[in-house]
Design a protein around this ligand. Structure first.
Ligand code: PEP
Ligand code: MN
Length: 360
């Protein structure tokens, strides 16, 4: 991508002394609802008012958005509050209508980013636009699809680009609606350091109580902004009711978040240090999660051994594992001494687990 620095001028031009905030309801429901929320968000840190007009529902038969009619409501929001307006586009027809209604920021949803055909169609329809275009991560944790979408939009000469990290769906149930997989966002950031990255804690958590913590984590990882679904009556929202917050809760969240600013050299140093530390926290959590998963498998083996009445310690198998791991460690710059120590500890914990099972 050429002129990478240009990618973030739209954000720098806003001259914010806080992260960019995009807020508004998941869906535009009625003209009254849209305007009421917008007026409550006026004179806050919110720069862009969001509302879904066309809603990509996973299953049919749910509220699928009010359609083009809602664009008129967004225009009223802009005229009455001065906030810029934002909506999701999922095909060329949406892009045409959104541009005709002077929508300032268009985003590509997670269900669209998975399809290079649809991303290309949207890129072609947007060609050369001076509007801001943000690309949500694809629903599945595939960095290449996300990068590919960024490249398609950049190639279509869209200068005001950015991405939104909204988490990834998993088969396994987790405490998140869409697991953050922070390392993917970090990797994308390192590939395109000048591409603004916005976090969407609403779709990551699916629960309003968890929004603050995910937002703080994103800021610690040096994200440029937040997109937070906001509704004056979240419980009765027509879509995503569990994750929306009221405008006053949003204001409180913004007040409570610790925001790091790059001003002088000292601040920049602290900033870089904090980002690296946040990366380490993410990785440490993954290590613990993986070790937990490993012990679950070990428990399964323990149960099998109990049924068959076999001994716990099987040194041949263990020596094979150690040998393989020492070699694997070499590929990752880890010393033999460290690998042996670490696996000894893991092995001991596995034996303890199996002993508990066998004695049961
Ligand atoms: C949304 O922002 O309302 C939305 C549908 O998000 P996503 O594409 O992340 O599911
Ligand atoms: Mn939503």
């Amino acid at each position: 991508m050429e002129n990478k620095k240009e990618l973030r001028t739209w954000l720098d031009d806003l001259q914010l002394d806080h992260p960019l905030v995009i807020a508004g309801p998941c869906s535009a429901e009625t003209e009254e609802q849209v305007l009421k929320i917008a007026h409550e968000l006026k004179d806050t840190d919110v720069s862009y008012f969001r509302a879904g007009i066309w809603k990509p529902r996973t299953r049919p038969g749910m509220f699928e958005g009010v359609g083009a009619l809602g664009l008129k409501w967004l225009q009223r929001v802009k005229a009455e509050t001065g906030m810029k307006i934002a909506t999701e586009v999922a095909n060329a027809a949406h892009v045409k209508l959104a541009l005709e209604h002077d929508v300032d920021l268009l985003w590509i949803g997670a269900r669209s980013t998975v399809s290079p055909f649809i991303v290309q169609e949207i890129a072609d329809a947007l060609k050369g636009t001076d509007k801001v275009v943000l690309i949500k991560n694809p629903v599945n944790p595939d960095l290449a699809l996300w990068l590919g979408a960024v490249e398609r939009l950049a190639t279509a000469d869209i200068k005001k680009l950015g991405v939104i990290h909204r988490g990834f769906s998993t088969y396994e149930k987790t405490k998140y609606r869409n697991t953050p997989e922070w390392q993917l966002a970090i990797e994308l950031q390192s590939k395109f350091p000048d591409l603004p990255i916005i976090n969407d804690p609403s779709h990551i958590t699916g629960k309003r109580d968890m929004i603050f913590d995910v937002s703080q984590k994103a800021l610690d990882l040096n994200f440029d902004g937040l997109m937070i679904e906001t509704h004056y009556d979240p419980e009765n929202a027509w879509s995503d009711a569990a994750q929306q917050v009221t405008p006053s809760v949003l204001v409180q969240i913004m007040k409570d978040l610790k925001i790091r600013k790059e001003t002088d050299e000292e601040a920049e140093y602290n900033n870089a240090l904090n980002t690296l530390r946040a990366n380490i926290d993410v990785i440490d959590n993954q290590i613990i999660e993986l070790l937990g998963k490993r012990m679950n498998v070990v428990d399964g083996i323990g149960t099998l051994k109990r049924q068959k009445n076999v001994s716990i310690l099987q040194s041949k198998r263990w020596n094979e594992i150690l040998g393989a791991m020492v070699l694997e460690g070499q590929d990752h710059g880890l010393s033999e001494e460290f690998i042996l120590k670490m696996f000894k500890a893991i092995h001991q914990e596995s034996i303890n687990h199996q002993e508990k099972i066998i004695k049961k």
